[in-house]
Ligand binder design. Structure first.
Ligand SMILES: [Zn+2]
Length: 270
């Protein structure tokens, strides 16, 4: 392993620590400047436990106030982010493009965590992310700035259409199932996320990203239904699933592998 890889993995780990901190603080509407605290009792964490990996390795995994262990999610994020960063480094080499895609990946992971844990795609994350992706349009080696902005517009329009459709569809489903469907599966946060994904995948990659989203969400819903109905014998027909993680999946795949997938698709067409 080269020193370059090692340093970039270390940067990825620090970014992972920061993502965890943002995921712990932002949904509670407190500033990033707040000291890391236990989510259960509010006791400030010892500096050795600011990183979950260091916390577990140094035996400081339990909260000093209530004994609750550091969340496993924090460990997962601190492992996954450096892995992605190193994968990107090996693919792109040291470049502005690498920095850009690393930042985009970090944002996608933060969105996944807050969406899974709180069903929230936060504006405080999405607005700077969209601005960054608009500036990034001029430094993207894979996409021209025209394709980036057209992709963003296509992502916004597609997701806004789905957002408008979600209300009547969910009202219809609640009438059909004879009970209140309280949670609309598609929030406005998904529209801002769709815009961001359009900006990082460009046109026509954004449409492939949405296709991957729909296929994987369908597969995820089928799997969820199977587990509930067949294994747990609890049959529920209409359970909204959060679309955020599936949008992130489609966006990430097309952001990184878009050029190959589009080339392969065009070769198959002709
Ligand atoms: Zn505690």
């Amino acid at each position: 392993m080269s020193i370059e890889t090692l340093v970039y993995a270390l940067i990825g780990w620090l970014v992972g620590v920061f993502i965890n901190h943002a995921a712990d603080t932002l949904p509670r509407r407190v500033t990033l400047g707040e000291r890391p605290r236990c989510p259960a009792c509010g006791t400030p964490r010892a500096p050795a436990a600011w990183s979950a990996v260091v916390g577990y390795l140094s035996g400081r995994r339990a909260c000093l106030g209530c004994g609750m262990p550091l969340p496993l999610r924090s460990v997962v994020v601190e492992v996954i982010v450096p892995a992605i960063f190193v994968g990107l480094l090996w693919r792109y080499g040291l470049s502005v493009h690498l920095g850009l895609l690393s930042l985009y990946s970090a944002i996608l992971i933060l969105i996944t965590v807050t969406d899974l844990e709180h069903h929230l795609v936060l504006n405080v994350v999405m607005m700077p992310a969209i601005l960054l992706a608009m500036v990034g349009a001029f430094f993207n080696d894979d996409l021209s700035y025209q394709r980036v902005f057209l992709g963003g517009a296509a992502g916004f329009v597609s997701l806004y259409g789905m957002f408008l459709l979600a209300q009547p569809v969910s009202a219809l489903l609640s009438r059909l199932s004879g009970r209140e469907v309280s949670e609309v599966p598609f929030g406005f946060g998904d529209v801002t996320l769709g815009t961001f994904i359009g900006l990082i995948t460009g046109l026509p990659g954004v449409f492939f990203a949405l296709l991957i989203t729909l296929l994987s969400a369908g597969l995820g819903a089928a799997l969820f239904w199977f587990v509930r109905a067949v294994i747990q014998r609890r049959y529920t027909l209409f359970t909204p699933i959060p679309y955020g993680p599936f949008l992130v999946l489609g966006g990430f795949v097309m952001m990184v592998y878009g050029p190959e997938i589009l080339q392969w698709y065009i070769a198959g067409m002709t």
